[in-house]
Design a protein around this ligand. Structure first.
Ligand code: B12
Length: 249
């Protein structure tokens, strides 16, 4: 098997055999070049604090992005009313841990075959004042061809937008993925939908922008309900209201 296939299989195995496998569907993995000019666009878009792959791993050649999609069970549990479901909160905590574990396993494997690698935590790696991180997993996933952005600010993939992203950067060059031409978001496609905008309980979303401070305020309030589960600054109504939250391949 070649390295590309091995890495894809490794991610699938850890997700589909995880102790909470009922939370997930089959993951997606994409590869981009660490030299892709879009990494410069991301820095321009997000700000000077956003890192290049080379800032994280000086020898970086390839960026591995993976998406762990939530199961219909997790998504539909959070559609029921304005309250956030326990399953959504639990899947957040478990998936962040799973992303970090998978990333560490990939690094362990790559180092065992003399390839250097590094990762960035799944979340809680953002500046509390600006609410921006030094590494945007979903922007990297866009570069790796995993999807296109929606009005809800999620990266929408061929299997939907409900799920979470991880990144590993490695020193080995391998073939990269083509970016998708597909415009998934129905508003960007034909001006319809905007269900995410209507679903946001604090009106943080509009087709022209997103008030991340308003959103963060709600997430922090919600986290007080789930202290027994862990740090659950969650909501996800803009995700589960999207008709493309889950897509059957
Ligand atoms: C800080 C942060 C927040 C902040 C601010 C969010 C924001 N939109 O800015 C708060 C606390 C409010 C928040 C809320 C949520 N978050 Co959050 N958060 C992060 C974190 C840690 C950093 C994101 C960041 O730096 N944001 C700053 C903005 C400017 O960058 P960005 O949103 O990543 O990317 C934007 C730009 O790149 C831009 N863009 C515009 N044009 C173009 C063109 C090109 C070519 C490219 C490449 C990019 C691009 O589009 C992107 C989306 O707006 C990431 C984890 C990580 N390190 O990546 C998770 C992350 C973004 N969060 C996530 C989620 C799921 C949520 C919530 C649904 C909460 C929940 N789990 O219930 C809400 C949704 C809010 C929303 N609609 O965006 C997921 C998103 C998964 C997905 N399917 O896309 C992430 C990626 C975590 C993960 N590991 O999967 N979050």
């Amino acid at each position: 098997m070649n390295l590309r296939k091995e890495l894809i299989e490794l991610v699938k195995k850890y997700v589909l055999e995880s102790e909470n496998k009922e939370f997930y569907r089959e993951p997606l993995v994409g590869f981009s070049s660490a030299e892709d000019p879009l990494f410069k666009n991301i820095k321009g878009n997000i700000g000077a604090e956003h890192l290049y792959p080379q800032d994280i791993l000086p020898e970086s050649k390839t960026v591995i992005s993976f998406f762990i999609p939530f199961s219909e069970m997790v998504v539909s549990s959070n559609r029921v009313n304005e309250a956030v479901s326990t399953e959504w909160a639990e899947s957040y905590v478990k998936t962040n841990a799973l992303i970090n574990r998978i990333s560490e396993k990939i690094i362990e494997y790559l180092e065992s075959i003399d390839i250097k690698a590094a990762t960035i935590k799944a979340t809680h790696n953002f500046d509390k004042k600006t609410l921006k991180s030094g590494w945007s997993h979903r922007s990297a996933a866009y570069v790796a061809g995993l999807g296109t952005f929606g009005v809800n600010r999620m990266l929408i993939t061929e299997v939907g937008c409900a799920g979470r992203y991880g990144t590993v950067i490695m020193s080995q060059e391998i073939s990269t993925d083509k970016r998708t031409e597909e415009e998934y978001c129905l508003y960007y496609k034909n001006g319809s939908c905007l269900k995410c905008v209507k679903a946001c309980p604090v009106n943080a979303l509009s087709p022209d922008g997103f008030d991340r401070f308003k959103c963060h305020h709600r997430l922090r309030d919600i986290s007080k309900q789930f202290t027994d589960i862990g740090l659950c600054d969650v909501c996800g109504k803009c995700v589960v209201s999207c008709p493309l939250a889950t897509i059957d391949k």
